[in-house]
Write a protein that binds this ligand. Sequence first.
Ligand code: RIB
Ligand code: CA
Length: 311
Amino acid sequence: MRKFLIDTDTASDDAVAMCMALRHPDVDVLGFTVVAGNVPLDQAVQNALYTVELCGDDTPVYAGAAQPMLRDLGTAQDVHGQDGFGDIGLDLYGRTPADGWGPHVIVDTIRAHPGEVTLVALGPLTNLATALLWAPDIAGLVERVVIMGGTGEHGPGNISPTAEFNFWVDPEAVRVVLRSGMPLELVGWDVSITSAVVTDERRAQIRGLESPLGDFSIDIQATLSSYAWDETRLAGPDFPDPIAMAHAIDPSPAISEHLGVDIAIGPDPMRGTMIVDHYGFAQITPNATVVAHYPEDHFFEMLLDLLGNRD
Ligand code: RIB
Ligand code: CA
């Protein structure tokens, strides 16, 4: 069993990624740490608790940072809905998280299992950066760090012309992580819009599972679907966190390159822009494996398998 620790700002695509990990037979999810991002922290915590319960699991959920390190929180409720799950009336209230604070749980978990933990970050990197500032030693103890964030050479941004939301919310946290020495694997929004768009055909395949998790995974995309069709002009909602989770589960089919990566700090329009030093002009020491491609069919085959009814 592989040990996963998942950090999330639990909205409609995060939840699908959570289900994938909880359902995978070879993955042992040690816990979920929650960070403010798509929705305010308390809502993200409730959404995570709801999702774990829906999966029939009891993996602990821990609250983490309620705002970015140095900035006011900017949410994506216009993208995922006020509740983050498409505002379809789900009962996303009244559940109780585990005792413990996200950054502390990250440090304690990695130290307890040196060389064995895959940390998957699906939201802004505030929890991870805070953990690193408190305990920089974890950089050498974690096995893998898979991050949904940034947008590679193919661009574009989804919160500004060049910035992806997770990196835009807390760019200072991203810089702490990029300079930490952790074994980073970045799956950007460019990968999502090229290989993880839930078209009508893909939606029919997921509905065709006739499974509670398959239906849940589509139902909660109500707001994201409208946003995709009207704003980002995609053929359906895209699944950045699920395809990042697919890479965490099986990196073998990915096309990637180890590169020097930094991030733009400062005001819009450059805030949160991922800077990839392909040719060494900025002399940034290579510090991250940037995924340029993850095959669409491989992703959806894995997604359908994991969301289907278990016999
Ligand atoms: O830009 C996409 C990312 O921002 C995804 O993780 C989505 O859930 C939001 O957090
Ligand atoms: Ca997310």
